[in-house]
Write a protein that binds this ligand. Structure first.
Ligand SMILES: Nc1nc2c(c(=O)[nH]1)N[C@@H](CN(C=O)c1ccc(C(=O)N[C@@H](CCC(=O)O)C(=O)O)cc1)CN2
Ligand SMILES: NCC(=O)N[C@@H]1O[C@H](COP(=O)([O-])[O-])[C@@H](O)[C@H]1O
Length: 185
């Protein structure tokens, strides 16, 4: 049984879909959810599924405390689901090719520093794109440059607001992220 930890900074709708997907699985178990935000709603969602949570700050992440906690819990995979801090080398070194991120755009477009959440959808709308989508990728030392595992696209209309674009992208995320994670185990 593989052990999965999720790191998230916000609402946690993707984290919830992942917890739901593996709730009765014999392949993997969600053993921890960590957040850098004490008030992140993802922590409430974790309680609903009985998943232990922990919170930490940027210093703890960069100094290796988070990495130690994941190793202590014998975590096999680290899933980033709306996590907004850069994963440091100390964590990448201990989980080589075992950290997966979801990005709400079709990388390499609309990636990099500042490209998170609604910032991405606003940029896509501003650019007049006819499509957007999701990218699921392995995590390396730079934002959004790891090996791409999966992409899915959706069409967008010029009348779509950034919020409507976000809804379309969330629908793709919720559909595909859990199953792509399972395919990687
Ligand atoms: N080493 C890596 N760490 C992280 C990656 C990655 O690919 N490599 N992905 C991000 C997730 N992400 C895009 O998918 C992303 C998240 C946040 C940012 C960003 O600009 N963050 C701001 C801080 C925002 C805040 O503190 O609220 C910043 O760094 O200034 C860009 C991309 C997760 N980590
Ligand atoms: N660049 C990272 C990034 O923007 N990640 C995005 O944050 C959202 C989190 O939603 P959730 O908290 O409801 O899962 C998701 O759309 C995810 O792709």
């Amino acid at each position: 049984m593989k052990k999965i930890a999720i790191l998230a900074s916000g609402s946690g709708s993707n984290a919830e879909k992942i917890m739901e997907h593996f709730q009765f699985s014999d392949k993997a178990q969600i053993v921890q959810i960590g957040s850098n935000k004490e008030d992140a709603y993802v922590l409430e969602r974790a309680k609903k599924y009985g998943v232990p949570t922990f919170t930490f700050n940027k210093t703890a992440l960069e100094q290796g405390t988070v990495t130690e906690k994941l190793i202590e819990n014998q975590v096999d995979w680290v899933i980033l689901a709306g996590f907004l801090l850069k994963i440091p080398q100390n964590l990448i070194n201990k989980f080589p090719n075992n950290i997966i991120n979801i990005h709400p755009a079709l990388l390499p477009k609309y990636g990099g520093i500042g490209m998170y959440g609604m910032n991405v959808h606003s940029a896509v709308k501003e650019a007049g794109e006819k499509e957007t989508g999701i990218t699921i990728h392995l995590v390396n030392e730079n934002y959004d440059e790891g090996k791409i595992i999966f992409q899915a696209a959706t069409s967008i209309d010029e009348k779509d607001s950034a919020e409507e674009i976000a809804q379309k992208v969330h629908a793709l995320e919720h559909k595909y992220f859990p199953q792509i994670i399972e395919s990687m185990l």
